[in-house]
Design a protein around this ligand. Structure first.
Ligand SMILES: O=C(O)CCC(=O)C(=O)O
Ligand SMILES: [Fe+2]
Length: 319
């Protein structure tokens, strides 16, 4: 297919190094599928306490009755498919603009390689898109509807921390959020490589809409737990910035996507972030992490990925 990124050709030597190496069978072990992540019905009165509890204990939960129209979600998925089904040569023209990415150019071994491709749109860029009109309107509708949801979830979480009440209103504007479109192509070496390597999000909060294929897993209490897809549910992850701001009260959850050998998978992530200049400062003392700006955090992560193939993350900022 002319839309597939050339994974096998590009990562030939990494793949050859690991073929036949049974140590690198990633997810057959340690997966606890019977455990379910908290599911929160936003229509219920108790939902605020449930959100806070889930953010503290899990750093992740699923929400239903969230008021996001199925039509917006489905049209986003449809447009997303169209943009990924463009010829690879066209998609790769956008690598330099950092809109499109695939694999990991800095991977030093297979554990750092994600068998997936992504389009990453800062909200400000969506307004300026002059091609792909239907994609643009789906992205706009998606961002417009997700932003207030992210705001109200962070508002609930912040209210339990006795934080300055307008922190998010001041620092997280609609323009500072991002949308990430993910596609996980079928992977012929799916027991040796992840769809998306284990990571923490560099956000305050991420809201994920996933298709019905499955593959998203969370790391909790030493085990990987599968997040079963459900057409009505959205998945909410706490990101690194909220962990630092809350001084470790809310947990940034480590998660990954396992690759499937036969089926492709799509997901759409809304990344609720502050402006680059915003300072992330612990709400109480003694602080676990030193103060940093979002810009500094992103730059440090980029530098680490370039040097070692992977993000180091919050541990770099521990005091
Ligand atoms: O595809 C998924 O379900 C998760 C995506 C994700 O973790 C991300 O985009 O950061
Ligand atoms: Fe993520």
């Amino acid at each position: 297919m002319d839309y597939e990124p050339p994974f096998l050709e590009t990562y030939k030597s990494l793949v050859q190094k690991h073929v036949g190496d049974s140590k690198n069978e990633y997810w057959c072990s340690m997966v606890e599928s019977t455990c379910e992540i908290p599911s929160i019905d936003l229509g219920r009165e108790e939902c605020m306490e449930e959100i806070v509890k889930a953010a503290k204990e899990w750093g992740c939960f699923e929400i239903v009755n969230h008021g996001i129209s199925q039509e917006v979600l489905e049209s986003m998925l449809l447009e997303q498919k169209k943009v990924f089904y463009q010829p690879f040569v066209l998609k790769s023209e956008q690598v330099n603009s950092k809109t499109y990415s695939w694999g990991n150019p800095f991977a030093t071994n297979l554990t750092q390689l994600s068998w997936s491709e992504a389009f990453h749109f800062p909200r400000t860029q969506i307004f300026k898109m002059d091609q792909h009109q239907t994609l643009r309107s789906s992205l706009e509708a998606f961002a417009t509807i997700m932003f207030p949801l992210a705001e109200s979830l962070t508002g609930i979480l912040a209210s339990k921390l006795n934080m300055k009440s307008n922190y998010f209103g001041e620092h997280c504007l609609p323009e500072s959020s991002f949308i990430r479109l993910n596609r996980y192509p079928p992977c012929p070496i799916s027991s040796k490589v992840h769809g998306l390597i284990p990571h923490h999000d560099s956000t305050f909060l991420t809201i994920i809409y996933q298709d019905q294929v499955g593959g998203l897993q969370l790391f909790k209490d030493g085990k990987w737990i599968g997040v079963e897809p459900s057409p009505q549910a959205l998945v909410v992850n706490i990101g690194d910035l909220f962990q630092a701001l809350s001084n470790g009260v809310y947990k940034s959850i480590k998660h990954r996507v396992v690759a499937s050998e036969k089926v492709e998978r799509f997901s759409t992530a809304f990344l609720y972030c502050p402006s680059e200049e915003a300072t992330i400062e612990s709400h109480n003392k003694p602080a676990m992490y030193r103060n940093f700006t979002f810009k500094e955090y992103r730059q440090q992560n980029k530098k680490d990925i370039k040097q070692s193939g992977d993000k180091v993350g919050l541990s770099r900022f521990l005091l």
